[in-house]
Design a protein around this ligand. Structure first.
Ligand SMILES: [Zn+2]
Length: 444
């Protein structure tokens, strides 16, 4: 902690160009993303699929996948350009400070003035109202783009199954649930920082871990059912094969659900959720519909590999240590007067503003963290594939992965730097090579 505080002390002099630094980070990130897209562009203009996959991929579908990727890239460029402009305007014209005073209602001042015991609750409620306003503001700004993404691009390629009604209901649910969870988290955080002063780091970290555990345990039963209908997978040969697989590797399979993802989108997926005492597997109905039982079983073999090899634990430990490191840095940041002053917070120094500015100032580091966590994730994916291979499911897994790629219209080739920065999963050809799929196919 000493070093971080020393650095912060050096950076904390009146007139330190914080605005320029943070705007520079935003522009830098934007340019970096453009550069990666530029590198990826030639791969989206190829005439033929990679030769190893030639016989597995339909020519027309291949071209459609590339067109889909080009459309998505175009939209993401427009969206990020717009976001950058808004971001720079907010920095230039002190948007945060303006919104902070806009969300301060007169009753807050009265209450705070009436007795000092109310100062904490006023700080908490003001922070919650403010953050909620920020969330609504950014959803409104993104709204035209997400509408176009769903009803323009996804529709064009046959993926969209949602209606305007479902779309807006989802948005409403996300804002209310997100708002409630965020208010809770913010209240806790503001309270801890104000109560424990310089020693808040470990308390805040403990609260973060606790909050995460609670969220993970209520999400499958309370939150996700608000968006999807969970139906237990029906009895039959698929279910009994999955149960046999679970028994063979001693996986305590209690919950096996299919969700009605097809109400919104034709994209397919499967995932595995829960804490050690409450685990489950969720299959998208689109996945169940489009794949053979053998392929589904192999995909589940992969998912169970993540469990068997404790990958969840690895991700959780990485997350916990990162958040602890960030809290230590934030603690030093919180006392930085020049930062607050640069953004027009001269009288008040709200914790929540410090947190927002801190995450902006951390921009380049979070990019590095994303890169690092994707690298770990890809390593885990290879391991889970190898696990499925050990179960004798390699050929079916390969078939399943190819089908998922075809059905989701995913491009097959990527620029190495682009994929290592953006992707949590290795590219298809690498995964197939790692499980010797082509040889297995030849010997079939
Ligand atoms: Zn996986």
């Amino acid at each position: 902690m000493g070093i971080v505080q020393q650095i912060m002390h050096i950076l904390d002099f009146p007139g330190f160009p914080w605005k320029t630094v943070i705007a520079g980070f935003s522009i830098g990130k934007y340019v970096w993303d453009l550069y990666l897209q530029r590198r990826q562009a030639p791969y989206l203009l190829k005439d033929n699929p990679p030769s190893v996959l030639a016989e597995h991929v339909d020519e027309k579908k291949y071209q459609k996948a590339l067109a889909y990727a080009r459309d998505k890239t175009f939209l993401s460029t427009i969206t990020s350009t717009f976001a950058l402009v808004i971001d720079l305007l907010l920095i230039k014209f002190n948007g945060l400070s303006y919104l902070w005073s806009l969300t301060k209602f007169p009753w807050m001042d009265h209450l705070a003035a009436s007795a000092s015991k109310f100062s904490l609750s006023v700080a908490i409620s003001h922070s919650c109202v403010f953050l909620f306003a920020v969330t609504v503001f950014s959803s409104l700004i993104q709204l035209p783009f997400s509408l176009y993404s769903t009803f323009g691009i996804e529709e064009k390629y046959g993926f969209n199954k949602s209606t305007l009604k479902i779309f807006f209901m989802d948005l409403f649910k996300e804002l209310t649930i997100g708002g409630a969870l965020m208010s809770f988290l913010v209240s806790m955080f503001v309270k801890i920082t104000m109560k424990f002063g310089d020693n808040f780091v470990l308390y805040a970290w403990g609260a973060y871990i606790l909050f995460g555990l609670v969220l993970q345990s209520i999400a499958p039963s309370l939150i996700m059912p608000l968006f999807y209908k969970f139906t237990p997978l029906e009895q039959g040969s698929l279910r009994s094969k999955i149960e046999d697989l679970a028994v063979s590797i001693k996986f305590p399979l209690k919950n096996l659900y299919v969700i009605d993802a097809s109400r919104r989108s034709a994209h397919s997926n499967a995932f595995f959720y829960g804490l050690p005492w409450n685990k489950g597997i969720v299959l998208f109905d689109t996945l169940v519909k489009n794949h053979t039982e053998e392929e589904l079983l192999a995909i589940l073999g992969h998912e169970l590999g993540h469990w068997y090899l404790s990958h969840n634990m690895i991700h959780t430990l990485v997350d916990y240590s990162m958040s602890l490191a960030q809290l230590f840095m934030f603690a030093a940041f919180l006392r930085n007067n020049s930062l607050y002053e640069a953004f027009d917070f001269t009288k008040e120094k709200p914790v929540i503003i410090g947190l927002l500015l801190f995450s902006d100032a951390l921009g380049p580091m979070s990019s590095l963290l994303t890169y690092g966590s994707n690298k770990i994730s890809r390593f885990c994916e290879y391991q889970a594939d190898a696990f499925a291979k050990k179960l004798g499911l390699a050929k079916d897994l390969g078939d399943g992965l190819i089908r998922i790629h075809n059905d989701n219209l995913s491009p097959l080739e990527y620029d190495p730097l682009y994929t290592s920065y953006h992707h949590s999963h290795p590219i298809l050809t690498d995964r197939l090579a790692a499980i010797n799929y082509m040889d297995l196919k030849k010997n079939e």
